[in-house]
Design a protein around this ligand. Sequence first.
Ligand code: ADP
Length: 559
Amino acid sequence: MAFAVLSSILTAGTDGALAYIVKPVMDNIFIEKNSGLLVFLPVLVIIIYFAKGLFRFTQNYIMRYVGQKVIEALRNAMFTKMVYLPVKFFSDQPTGVLMSRITNDINLVQSSIPTMINMFRAIITVISLVGVVFYMNWKLALLAIVCYPLFIHPLFVISKKIRNYSRKGQERMGGLNSTLQEAFSGIRVVKAFVNENQEINKFKKANSEAINFEIKTILAGEITSPLMEFIGAFGIAAIVYVGGTQVINGSITPGAFFSFLAALTMVYQPVKDIGNANNVIQSAIAASQRVFSMLDEKNDILDSDGTLPCDAKNKDIEFKNVCFRYADGEPYVLNNINIKVKSGSTVAFVGQSGAGKSTMANLIPRFYDVTSGEILIGGVNIKDYQVHSLRRNIGVVSQEPFLFDDTIRNNIAYANESIKEEEILAAARAAYADEFIKNLPEGYDTMTGERGVRLSGGQKQRLTIARALIKNPPVLILDEATSSLDTESERVVQKALDNLMAGRTSFVIAHRLSTVLGADMIVVLNDGKVEAMGRHNELLESSATYKKLYEMQFGEAQE
Ligand code: ADP
């Protein structure tokens, strides 16, 4: 940055020098016809231009280099910040908007850095040229200066508008990104409902909103120069009139006048640059407000992280008076939950859809924090554990298995990069995945593609089970892990799950009661409250909800 600033000062100096030598060129060569300077002055012009080019190049190159490095650092900082933010942050905002922060907004911030240096150079240039102007003819200079405020006012009005449009345009870009992201990730739904046209219209609307603000920004930006130029014409006209009078009556030389005029017209460009720079900087200020508000985002969980390392092995888990709601002012989703879970046992949550089963499970790894009450592992509030240590103790297998765009081997080893080949194979075998993996064209080196599109639901699920086996956590959460599978693959996945659950404290959420019949304890949730707890046979007697669920499924099985 310092080098760039130095180069920009030197570049600005060369502009002053160029304006200054118009006087000796005009007076000594053209009017006095001094042939001695005929060679010297042109050579001087070449040298000055060489210096100007060199300094300008170093300034611009260094500036853009710094700009790119700033993008790199900001992107890293933002991604790091975001990845650590709580789950709530991600469920509150569309993915597209978050992506737009990291791409568009950061680019806007970056673009302002070279512009700021250009503006600095422009200011120095203006100072050096104004110096020449005053040195040549201070009376004319004063006249010119009187005209300049005329430039400034429209500049302020326009730049405010630009900042406004630019902010709105960027917000619309975020909207556009979300529309895209939604349409692409939901493409099957879109096609199945033959809803392409509706999606296209939604996209067109978002696109035209974004573009309209861009166009307004461009309009305001492009009006700046011609407007300033036109206003400037009045100043030039006045100066030609007054200066011409002075030359005609002999009070100044023609060279002095032209040198003055050269400096004055050269001032125009940097002043214009300052105006343009201002536009870019206004956009950047709007973008950087969004970027930095994200970087300043509070991290409810990590900012008050616990201090104890967690080892949940052989420890009981307890929900004590747990109440939870997703946001202040919303109704409670969980009400006064009290359950005790013995280490190594299997607890099943059952209940109607929306009863709060997933929410219960999400509280254990602190994806969300309880609103009141506490969850204890080995008698210690989970908030007192280091959250990352806590999460290392918990394996999650969910309804929608997520695979990374990587090889099967790396997908299984995800939680542990230093894992040995035999362990990967053992995990795959225990998850009943080894056989189908071996039959794939490249075995364990097969790429699974985004979300593993080339594998069946059951196969993907078995890979995520193998991944959980490698992680080897004492606590497991199985969130409807088999509910999207057909009976055949459910049977294999269930066997894999049985291997995974052996010796671990497991929380199972299942739609199909068949998968929870063997649980040590079944918790029946109804509208965020524990309606009943116990084993299958007891619950058939004691819980109306459980009986209803059971009969519904039993009926289904008969059909
Ligand atoms: P279940 O797993 O039993 O089907 P959930 O725990 O998913 O039920 O949901 C319980 C309640 O919480 C539902 O009323 C649901 O609408 C609400 N809910 C779930 N996730 C969120 C969220 N991210 N923000 C706000 N409300 C939510």
